[in-house]
Design a protein around this ligand. Structure first.
Ligand code: SAH
Length: 344
């Protein structure tokens, strides 16, 4: 934007002024940008558009969680979720239309894949959400845990996260921006080099045999390689920890032996575990582990010195919980067709 303003014969600081209007004041009408000259405003109106993504539907769950379906071009829609808590407000942001990975317990996976979201479509989710929330609630945290695998849309996701942290945009601290990955190992190394945000890894299994099945990208980047990439990431800063997400699937990955294997796997990695109760969706073949089993799993991990929290399920009465986001995907991967043919 600085280069753009210079090309108009203006000073480069105009770029930060416009950024502040858009992201901090929620102003997208050039006429309202009163610290720009009238002549510049006229020029901008001629040459530029500021377009916020269009919200198609908005739902509020009984616990205050809000879900928006956002239009992305003609055939595609993604979902974006705001989770209010007493002292913070977390926005769960999508990175792709659908997902190219095929994790067996995730409903986004069943929809297939269409395309990567653009930088504007990612940062636009913050704009649209904050706009709807008004002054009453602020977005204090962002998790790249909506639809898609963020590290498979690397450049756009990194640019958007940089905007989230930029003082002239949302000014979020790097601790409050989290990227979650199913384990795209080469991209994890790249991320460590270029962008210092918090990292979460969707682990879900402590051995390759089971992880190959639940998170098929494990067949390409097995646990040993994934753990090395995690160690590389924490090397950067001494007090850094990685959050490992672990979905609790009844009879699949929730035994005491599984918990012990997890302790062994994460030895020497500064880790926090976040146990996610499985959220069901139509045609899902799994059940959530019982509360007793989840509790037992947590106890074993804590005894093994792993800080372990259980993610409270939020927004499930409006299908806004983890793994329930579906949007509308004009599938190009034909996966949903294959699943239908297979009687799924
Ligand atoms: N593709 C990235 C970003 C998605 S994050 C990743 O895999 O990390 C969404 C989180 O919710 C992931 O940890 C995912 O494994 C988890 N999840 C997916 N389906 C779920 C379901 N049905 N119930 C609970 N958690 C689920």
């Amino acid at each position: 934007m600085e280069a753009f303003f210079v090309s108009l014969g203006e000073k480069s600081f105009r770029a930060t002024q416009v950024m502040k209007w858009i992201y901090q004041e929620q102003v997208v009408d050039f006429d309202e940008m009163t610290n720009l000259s009238k002549a510049l405003r006229a020029k901008l109106k001629e040459q530029c558009v500021i377009e916020a993504p269009e919200i198609i539907t908005e739902q509020t769950a009984s616990d205050g969680t809000r879900k928006w379906v956002i239009q992305m071009g003609c055939d595609n829609r993604v979902e974006c979720v705001f989770i209010p808590e007493e002292k913070r407000g977390t926005l769960c942001v999508s990175s792709q239309v659908g997902c190219a990975l095929a994790c067996t317990f995730c409903s986004t996976a069943q929809q297939g894949f269409n395309r990567n979201l653009k930088v504007s479509e990612i940062i636009g989710q913050l704009y649209a959400a904050q706009n709807r929330l008004g002054d009453e609630k602020r977005i204090t945290n962002v998790v790249m845990m909506g639809m898609g695998e963020p590290l498979l849309n690397f450049d756009n996701v990194v640019s958007a996260m940089n905007l989230m942290m930029d003082d002239f945009a949302y000014g979020l601290s790097k601790r409050r921006v989290t990227i979650s990955t199913s384990g795209v190992v080469p991209a994890m190394y790249r991320l460590t080099e270029v962008c210092d945000v918090s990292l979460a890894v969707s682990l879900h299994a402590a051995n390759d045999e089971l992880r190959d099945e639940l998170v098929p990208i494990n067949q390409k980047y097995p646990l040993k390689e994934l753990m090395e990439a995690c160690r590389d990431n924490v090397k950067l800063a001494p007090r850094r920890t990685i959050t490992f997400e672990y979905v609790m699937l009844d009879g699949i990955n929730d035994s005491v032996a599984d918990a012990k294997a997890l302790i062994k796997l994460l030895k020497n990695i500064p880790a926090k575990i976040n146990l996610i109760p499985f959220n069901p969706f139509p045609n899902s073949s799994y059940q959530c582990s019982s509360e007793v089993v989840i509790q037992r799993f947590q106890d074993v991990l804590m005894k093994g010195s792993l800080v372990t929290t259980i993610r409270r399920t939020r927004g499930d009465d409006i299908d806004a919980a983890c793994g329930q986001l579906v949007g509308k995907v004009k599938d190009k991967s034909r996966r949903h067709l294959k699943l239908q043919l297979a009687g799924n």
